[in-house]
Design a protein around this ligand. Sequence first.
Ligand code: FES
Length: 207
Amino acid sequence: MSVKTILSELEGCTDSALLNDWHVVAYSTDLEQGKLLPVTLMERDLVLWRSASGDVHAWDDLCIHRGARLSKGCIERDTVVCPYHGWRYNDQGSCVLIPAAPNEPPMKKARAITHPVKERYGFIWVSTGTPEKDIPIFPEWDDASYQKVHCGPYTFRSGYRAVENFMDPSHFPFVHAGVNGIYDNPDPIAPYDVELTEEGWSPARYA
Ligand code: FES
């Protein structure tokens, strides 16, 4: 299988708004050093790993040689070793050793397909596009007076429904009764606006 064929078979989201944003793919604690962690982001199979520096890397779960899944391989000497012919990739995604030709420098195109990745708020965030903004700011994260509740992951049929849900406080007493609403005594919701801010859509303060 040629490199061109391998690349043409990569699947995944083509919506630029989603593609060029950051998405949580795992908890930081899920990724131990020395472990390859397969994850799927918007139908695209990825492999995560943590190099000796502690940095996290997110690559397509695919070896550019013959398309084997890198997540089935292993980590040795701070390189990812493909399970099929043993090609080794360093933390920059470059192939540094082809065992069948150990005395020849690997060709430049022998590279893993790498993606932007960050760790923040205890999560690993990946973009398979070109993110235009940083990860959303979460000012309450370090405020001990807030309790953090981890939810999901969830399967959405429509991202628009998810956005709408976060703008709609009138469902709280019914869907989240006892958490942030009371079933028998729902809060009246005064009219409010939804604003487009630097960080995205946000409900304005209730009138
Ligand atoms: S498929 Fe990975 S080294 Fe051949």
